[in-house]
Write a protein that binds this ligand. Structure first.
Ligand SMILES: [Mg+2]
Length: 265
């Protein structure tokens, strides 16, 4: 049994293609076949909230994954009704985390930035029990982030700050990321050998997937990967990470051929 993990936007899903995505269909078929034979579990791992995942699933041909990791690793769903995130994973994230304290610290200390629109909480759909998300202007970030970091530390909160795309600020529990969520799945499903896990991604928040556990996880970086991941790859080259020439699903198929000697017809 293997675990196949993929990011969605610009990794599995090619937003440049409108209508039929042949590579995605081919990959879906191949994965479904392997799942039906009991050879693989399928995991989608996305920065999207559950709300935004459902939007994507309504637009594109996605499979029902065996596990869905949303909001950059802060929620895991096993059941396709997507009603409640896995409580065991929530218990792990809970340690040292207090969402209300984080929100209060931001509100209290950055009132001026909020009033002037330099810092703004993201819509409710993007907030979670384990995720406080804001829009933060780049020119303010340099000054604000170290201060926020100190304030959270002084309150003894176990957290991490992720500022990405020069606009999105996420405050998350210390051990919340895509990689830790997959590690949790490996243990839960008892498929802990890293060489049995294949991970696919295109951007900075996928790095935790490629570097999870040992270095034997089979990685596929799609050809259209962003500079931040390309740079990481150049500094962390390994026999187990395949940099595809093709983009998105086609790149994943290329990588699977490389890793699993999958015969493509
Ligand atoms: Mg992506």
């Amino acid at each position: 049994m293997r675990i196949f993990v993929t990011d969605l936007d610009h990794t599995l899903v090619n937003h440049k293609i409108e209508g039929k995505d042949e590579a995605l269909e081919k990959l879906n078929l191949e994965l479904s076949k392997r799942r039906n034979k009991g050879e693989t579990k399928i995991v989608y791992s996305t920065g999207r909230s559950l709300t935004l995942y459902k939007q994507l699933a309504a637009e594109k041909e996605l499979l029902n994954p065996d596990a869905l990791i949303t909001s950059v690793g802060t929620e895991i769903y096993f059941d396709s009704s997507y009603e409640t995130p896995d409580p065991e994973w929530s218990d792990i994230l809970k340690r040292g985390w207090n969402r209300d304290d984080v929100a209060e610290i931001i509100n209290k200390n950055f009132a001026e930035e909020i009033v002037t629109g330099k810092l703004k909480f993201q819509p409710k759909s993007e907030q979670g029990l384990f995720k406080v998300s804001c829009f933060l202007k780049e020119e303010t970030a340099e000054r604000l982030l170290p201060k926020l970091n100190d304030l959270l530390e002084n309150k003894n909160i176990k957290f991490k700050l992720i500022y990405s795309g020069s606009k999105d600020l996420d405050v998350l529990p210390e051990n919340a990321d895509k990689g830790s969520a997959v590690k949790y799945l490996q243990e839960k499903w008892n498929i802990s050998a890293d060489e049995k896990t294949v991970v696919c991604g295109d951007s900075g928040n996928d790095i935790s997937l490629f570097s999870l556990g040992g270095e034997r996880v089979r990685g596929i970086i799609v050809g259209n990967a962003l500079p931040e991941l390309r740079e990481w790859y150049n500094n962390n080259k390994s026999d187990y990470i395949y940099y595809a020439k093709s983009s998105c699903a086609e790149g994943i198929l290329e990588g699977l051929t490389h890793h699993l000697n999958l015969k493509l017809t």
